[in-house]
Design a protein around this ligand. Structure first.
Ligand code: SAM
Length: 250
């Protein structure tokens, strides 16, 4: 199969469509939105990694693996932001750290388009966006020990008890993130929902591949103030930072 011109950095494999319905941690995607996406691709195509897809436009085919050297055109420490939203965090970080590469994982069309525009305005060359479900990406598309840092800031809270199963951070995802991290690599998270913060802390503490820090980490000064943190402050909610490091001995 010949990859389209905008496709960078992947190892296409024959797709094996899945037939089971999955519980996802995201609600909106904005749909496939071919026209809007075509415009983004036309002007910022080199930014987007198009993987071999599985059962939907947010999936990655089992067996597809990101080739970061081909995607970024070099070998550098890789930071992955899960749920990068409109890209404030990842674009700012990419501009501040040209010695690192940044991969934004997001499924929401408008957010990806905003990230692409922001990246183009800033002129960063060390950022790529992969429109895909992070659960699937970490389940097999990132080689073990290939990621220097993972960021998960303000994941969708799924506040109702019956929706808790949709929360991004769960034991299986923690194992997958830990496996992708290099020994000593850090997973930084933040949320303004107290019970989710407790869940995150408990999940990370129970993951044998990770070493958790104190109950709550201090606010990381590399974390950009986004509208989610502003809204939390307006509503009087406390933002909790959680951090854990990939064990070197596990
Ligand atoms: C509440 S927003 C926070 C965005 C950003 N981190 C910020 O602080 O502004 C959560 C984002 O995570 C994305 N998201 C949720 N589950 C995801 C998944 N499994 N894979 C990729 N993105 C996901 C959603 O589309 C949404 O844009």
């Amino acid at each position: 199969m010949t990859a389209p011109a905008h496709v960078v950095g992947g190892t296409p494999t024959p797709s094996r469509p899945r037939v089971t319905a999955r519980v996802t941690s995201f609600g909106r995607t904005g749909g496939q939105v071919d026209a809007a996406f075509a415009r983004v691709l036309a002007s910022h195509g080199a930014l987007l990694i198009e993987p071999e897809r599985g059962e939907s436009f947010t999936s990655v085919a089992p067996g597809w693996v990101l080739d970061a050297v081909s995607a970024f055109g070099r070998s550098a420490p890789l930071v992955v932001e899960v749920g990068s939203g409109a890209g404030e965090q990842v674009v700012r970080a990419a501009a501040a750290h040209p010695e690192r590469d940044f991969l934004a994982l997001e499924v929401w069309t408008d957010g990806i388009a905003a990230t692409a525009r922001r990246a183009a305005e800033t002129g960063v060359t060390n950022l790529r966006v992969l429109r895909a479900d992070a659960h699937q990406v970490f389940a097999g598309a990132l080689p073990s020990g290939s990621v220097a840092e993972v960021w998960t800031f303000f994941p969708d809270p799924w506040r109702k008890s019956r929706h808790h199963k949709r929360r991004l951070v769960n034991p299986a995802f923690a194992d997958d993130v830990a496996r992708a991290l290099t020994p000593g690599g850090c997973w930084r998270l933040a949320t303004d929902w107290e019970d989710y913060a407790g869940q995150v802390r408990d999940v990370l503490s129970a993951c044998t591949l990770l070493e958790s820090g104190p109950e709550w980490a201090p606010r990381w000064d590399g974390r950009v103030l986004t509208r989610f943190e502003r809204k939390a402050a307006e509503a009087g909610r406390v933002v909790r930072d959680v951090a854990a490091v990939r064990r070197c001995d596990a």
